[in-house]
Structures are given as C-alpha cells and as structure tokens.
Design a protein around this ligand. Structure first.
Ligand SMILES: [Zn+2]
Length: 277
C-alpha cells in the first residue's frame, strides 16, 4: 500500500494519491496563481498577497516553498495578458515593475520562460510608437557597426540567421496570400505571428550574426556578410512567426530575411522605428 503524496495517508493498492487530494492541490495552486496575477494587474491588495496565498498553500497540500513560484507565475501571466491585449501601457509597465520590486523578484526569476524579455520588448515598442528612443539596450563591449551621428540605436538581436531568396520575385505575403500592411502606430498582435515560420525552400542561408536596428537603418554583420539597409528604402515588411522579410525599393533587390526568433517584436519594431527622430 502506498501513501498519498499529498496527505500522507494510505492511498490504496498501487496508488500514490487520493483523487480528492490531487483535486484540492490543483485547485489551490490555481487559486494562488490567480490571486497573484490579479494583484500583479493592480486588482487586489499587494501587501496581504503573500499571507493570503500562503494560507491557501497550507490547506491545499502545496509546499510553502512554492509560494514564491506562484507569485512569479502570477507576474508572468499578468505580463503576458498585458502584452497580448494590444500593448503594454506605461501604467501597466509600472504596475508590473512595482509588483516585482515588492516581492524582490529578480530578472532571472521573471525570465525563466522568457516573459521578462517580452515585457521589455513590449515597453520598447510602446516607446518607439510614441516616437521616443528607448534606452533599454545594454551591450557588452563595442558593437561592430559604424553608426551615423544622427541615428540612435534601438535594439540589437544576436544569433540572427540571414537569408536571401535565390530569385527575385513578386512577394505575396504570409501563407494567407495577402500582403499584410499595418498602419504606423498600430501594434500587430502576437496571435498573428503564430505558425508561419519563414520557409526556406527557395532561400539561401547567407550567415548568422548580429542585427542592430536604429531609427535609420538595419545593420547586419556575420563572418560571411556585412551590410546595412536604409529603412526608408524598404517598401514592404513581411511578418513571420520567427522573423521578418524585407523588400527594398530597387529593381534588382531580392527579398531578404532576418530570423531573430521573434517575428512579433521584430516586425512591430521595424514597422514603427522609422518614426523615432
Ligand atoms: Zn490524500
């Protein structure tokens, strides 16, 4: 006879848990995360949150050590909710920052699943759309680019795969066959980027390297290839789940593709970064 991993009482032949205990645990855990998410979204008292979810843990067979994880998960869900619903407002950003500070949550803890990075990206997009220069990029050492005096670095992507199409052809965007154009200042939602990775059948991998975005150019450098593209020479941007394609305004220009791993952010950034003075 095994004992129930929740209540410690005999659970029956070859059983490790009582159904009722497992249900109680799962329900309690969900409730803990819900409360944390609400508080992170500014609904519910932040000061009593820890004691409220600790008491739920105590009667739901949730170990006390997991209270902190529930608070982190609540923050993540709140951040994902704010980003998913259209844009991360300044107020929402402050709310999340305050919550994280209150519970001493580190960036590493909040980035276990990459949500902190998305949070920062959301803030960068908002600032870019407001025409501001986000000062959120810190690089170790010098970037291998010769920026012009009149331009401002907005973002740097590392480990970017760069592709070019073998042949020049009229681009018909996305798998829907419709070329997507988003008005400037409009935030293209994350849902639109799911499931359409850049297909590589006709594309040639030209290098893996660093891509920097300023308010004037895209810069790319890899051992094989280094170049920059003026943003105002790009006539269309193509959104993919894992990156973007661009088409330059030149008779000989072939479509170029940058696989950053995050099409949502890259596309929204490039669509709007030209607004920043
Ligand atoms: Zn039990």
């Amino acid at each position: 006879m095994g004992n129930c991993k929740y209540c410690g009482q005999p659970a029956g032949f070859l059983r490790r848990q009582h159904k009722e205990c497992a249900a109680k645990h799962d329900q309690g855990w969900r409730k803990m995360i819900d409360l944390a998410q609400q508080a992170a979204q500014g609904q519910g008292d932040i000061n009593s949150l820890h004691s409220r979810i600790s008491s739920i843990a105590a009667y739901s067979f949730v170990p006390a050590e997991q209270v902190n994880q529930a608070i982190i998960t609540g923050w993540e869900q709140a951040a994902a909710h704010f980003i998913e619903d259209g844009n991360l407002s300044l107020e929402e950003e402050h709310q999340l920052t305050q919550f994280a500070a209150h519970f001493n949550l580190s960036q590493n803890e909040l980035d276990q699943r990459g949500i902190y990075t998305q949070f920062v990206k959301g803030a960068v997009l908002r600032e870019v759309m407001e025409g501001k220069i986000p000062e959120r990029v810190k690089t170790d050492g010098q970037l291998p680019f010769n920026f012009q005096k009149s331009e401002s670095l907005i973002w740097v992507f590392d480990g970017v795969d760069y592709y070019e199409d073998k042949t020049r052809r009229q681009y018909v965007g996305g798998s829907s066959g419709v070329s997507i154009r988003v008005a400037k200042g409009v935030y293209f939602r994350t849902g639109g980027f799911k499931g359409h990775p850049v297909e590589t059948t006709e594309r040639v991998h030209m290098g893996t390297g660093i891509m920097a975005v300023t308010n004037k150019h895209i810069y790319f450098t890899s051992p094989q290839k280094t170049f920059r593209v003026r943003l105002d020479k790009i006539v269309s941007f193509m959104p993919f789940s894992d990156g973007v394609g661009i088409q330059r305004d030149a008779a000989t220009a072939k479509p170029q593709f940058f696989i950053t791993g995050d099409g949502w952010f890259t596309y929204n950034l490039l669509m709007n970064v030209g607004n920043v003075e």
